[in-house]
Design a protein around this ligand. Structure first.
Ligand code: THU
Length: 136
């Protein structure tokens, strides 16, 4: 994985608002325009109202980029501690959100803060994703 992407995800992970789970997640995504956007999880006292790091990063991307290459995700890094020896992977809802802006071959690197982990394509993580329209 690209070192800069891992470093960006690791740095934003430390900003997580994780006061209920104590589980910090950082995400960095690179767009086809070559820009990196980051995000962390933001929890809430009303538990279902919290949101994931992937969602934060996508929100930053959309808020700061025009449609086109600036909103096409070409690489994703997720950094969080492994659970039971398995890398932390995006939840189901975030897989669908990533699919909105990525493609089935978009690599999703899932690493722990020490740099150990694995990479899956978005298509492996979410086969047969729901689509209303063709690729933007
Ligand atoms: N979480 C993420 O931010 N991204 C993931 O890929 C998995 C889970 C967050 C949601 C919640 O704040 C905490 O991790 C524990 O579930």
């Amino acid at each position: 994985m690209d070192r800069a992407l891992f470093e960006a995800a690791s740095a934003v992970r430390l900003r997580a608002h994780d006061r209920y789970s104590g589980f910090k997640v950082g995400v960095a995504l690179r767009t086809a325009a070559g820009v990196v956007h980051t995000g962390c999880n933001v929890e809430n006292a009303s538990f279902p109202e919290g949101w994931c790091a992937e969602t934060s990063a996508i929100g930053h991307m959309v808020a700061s980029s025009d449609p086109g290459d600036g909103r096409r995700i070409v690489e994703v890094a997720v950094v969080a501690t492994a659970i039971g020896g398995r890398p932390t992977t995006p939840c189901g809802g975030c897989r669908q959100r990533l699919a909105e802006f990525g493609s089935p071959d978009t690599p999703v690197h899932c690493y722990d803060p020490e740099g150990r982990g694995a990479t899956w394509s978005l298509g492996e993580l979410l086969p047969q994703s729901f689509e209303l329209k063709g690729r933007r």
